[in-house]
Design a protein around this ligand. Structure first.
Ligand code: GLN
Length: 537
């Protein structure tokens, strides 16, 4: 039977609840416990798939093909677990399920209401997410206490904790402790006090108060918070700003949070061995640098490509290099001297993306890498853009496009579409949840860069795309020197392309390998790319 830890937030959003939850997961795993996670997102979208990454950050894809909140990426990376669709539940899903049941007549004539029906569905989702063989389920509630849309979730947490009883579940509340008004010397506790009051109004009592601060929590602030929020002073835990999110677990551990939680939940505690994690964190300070440029569409928000940045960081750290990663907005390369902007980088990445905006800038960057023999890693759209670049500039098909770039009313000659929809897909397909999603197998060609990187013939990676390399164009691409080094073993779709004859490292994949990279198990393709970039120096 699982124990439960609920994590809520107060005062302001974006305090790092996801990283705190993930850090706690890592610490509990390091104590030998099995953990899993659930993120509640109180918005109405069914999932994050249709949300703009510029506003919402990356859409993280799970093995089973769910399009989820980026916090699931933190959970997977820190705690080294593999999560699925049951680990991210939105208001849209809850209401969707309740309304579906109502139509089926499952409520037998009852008036369907937030309490009990919606709240019951939320409680069921908590039980569903925990599964068998789990010691601890960490449940994070998105947003801040007091949000109207979060209220059914708060009520569900209250009922769930009451039903479970003491020692079975506890609540961590993360707040901001600002010091800005007094130049940082005195921490202001009032917003935290109000947040605690709000929780109490909802019938919840926090077991631990976590305080996001610039520096340490002073004794004065700790005592005051303990007094006003009904939490013992040692249970007021500081979450200070850190240069690297991977250092947060150390901060929590130093203050005994993991030990106190285990005691409270009656779980066996053993001092976690964090030495490998420490070594990884230390590697970030390496002297040698590797300079990577990423050309994307949402480059103004680094969270839009969260897993990519992390995967590069993991691989660089494993090679004892300090990652310098610059993001360039693809559109800015469409005019002017793109070469001057890109010069001096050791490697180029074009990440996943959608739509025409910025696509020509990506293609220019890829041409620069291909012609200059600069290591190139293409991810999903980065493969599709590489195919168009190659079709135009090597195969001589100047008018090559992806079918994605044609407007609805445009009559496009299908022969121009080197990247296309397959027969069974139509433009009329609804947007949400209809992409090719989740883990897909791929067979790699012997002797290819990809096969060497992975060290395996058969691999699987997570996917999230609608378009494919046009199977009718594959022969021409190959004849012109593009190697199709990975294909789906059954349907033969193009999964990996490369330019291995040219003596450069140029590999693009239709998948999103960045989702599977872990700090202590960097992804082989990223390692191989970083190796090539370091040789480039
Ligand atoms: N827009 C492309 C497609 O839908 C690529 C998607 C992606 O990069 N994730 O196929």
């Amino acid at each position: 039977m699982s124990k439960y830890i609920f994590i809520t937030g107060g005062v302001v959003s974006s305090l790092g609840k996801g990283v705190v939850s993930a850090s706690l997961g890592l610490l509990l795993r390091a104590c030998g416990l099995q953990v899993t996670f659930l993120k509640f997102d109180p918005y109405l979208n069914r999932d994050a798939g249709t949300m703009n990454p510029y506003q919402h950050g990356e859409v993280f894809v799970t093995e089973d093909g769910a399009e989820t909140d980026l916090d699931l990426g933190h959970y997977e990376r820190f705690a080294d677990v593999t999560l699925g669709r049951r680990s991210n539940v939105t208001t849209g899903q809850i209401y969707g399920a309740v309304l579906e049941r109502e139509r089926q007549g499952a409520y037998e004539g009852a008036t369907v209401q937030v309490i009990p029906h919606v709240v019951d569905a939320i409680k069921d989702a908590i039980l569903d997410a925990s599964g068998d063989d789990v010691d601890v389920t960490l449940v994070e509630l998105g947003g801040t206490i007091g949000d109207i849309e979060g209220m059914p979730f708060i009520e569900a947490i209250r009922q769930f904790m009451l039903e479970k009883g003491k020692g079975e579940a506890l609540l961590l509340h993360l707040v901001l402790l600002p010091g800005l008004l007094t130049g940082g010397s005195e921490l202001k506790t009032k917003p935290a006090q109000h947040s605690a009051q709000k929780l109490r109004e909802c019938g919840l009592h926090m077991d631990f108060l976590l305080c996001r601060t610039e520096g340490p929590v002073t004794k004065e602030a700790r005592d005051k918070l303990a007094l006003h929020t009904n939490v013992r002073a040692e249970r007021v835990i500081g979450v200070p700003d850190v240069k690297l999110i991977y250092n947060v677990p150390f901060k929590l551990h130093e203050q005994g949070l993991d030990r106190m939680i285990c005691t409270e939940l009656g779980l066996p505690y053993s001092e976690p061995d964090l030495s490998a994690w420490q070594a990884f964190s230390d590697a970030m300070g390496a002297e040698q640098e590797v300079r990577i440029v990423a050309v994307g569409k949402y480059s103004g928000n680094a969270d839009a490509y969260k897993s990519l940045g992390e995967a590069l960081l993991h691989a660089a750290a494993a090679r004892g290099a300090r990652l310098v990663l610059d993001w360039i907005e693809a559109e800015t390369l469409e005019s002017g001297d793109a070469e001057a902007v890109l010069r001096g980088y050791d490697g180029l990445v074009v990440p996943g993306g959608f739509g025409l905006r910025g696509a020509m800038g990506k293609i220019r960057a890829i041409q620069w890498a291909r012609e200059g023999k600069v290591p190139y890693l293409g991810l999903c759209y980065g493969l599709q853009c590489a195919v168009i670049e190659f079709a135009r500039n090597v195969c001589g098909a100047q008018d090559a496009i992806s079918a994605e770039w044609a407007t609805d009313d445009e009559d496009v000659d299908l022969d121009r579409c080197w990247v296309t929809l397959l027969d069974n897909q139509g433009k009329a397909t609804p947007l949400g949840g209809t992409l090719r999603l989740g883990s897909q197998p791929c067979r790699l060609e012997p002797g290819s860069l990809a096969r060497d990187a992975y060290g395996a013939d058969l691999i699987d990676e997570r996917h999230r795309h609608r378009y494919e390399v046009n199977p009718d164009k594959v022969r021409v691409l190959e004849n012109c020197g593009l190697r199709i080094s990975g294909r789906h073993p059954e349907n033969r779709l193009v999964e990996v392309i490369e330019l291995s004859e040219s003596g450069q490292w140029f590999v693009a994949t239709q998948a999103h390998p960045e989702f599977k990279s872990r700090p202590l198990r960097p992804h082989p393709l990223f390692l191989s790319f970083i190796d090539a970039a370091m040789e480039q120096k």
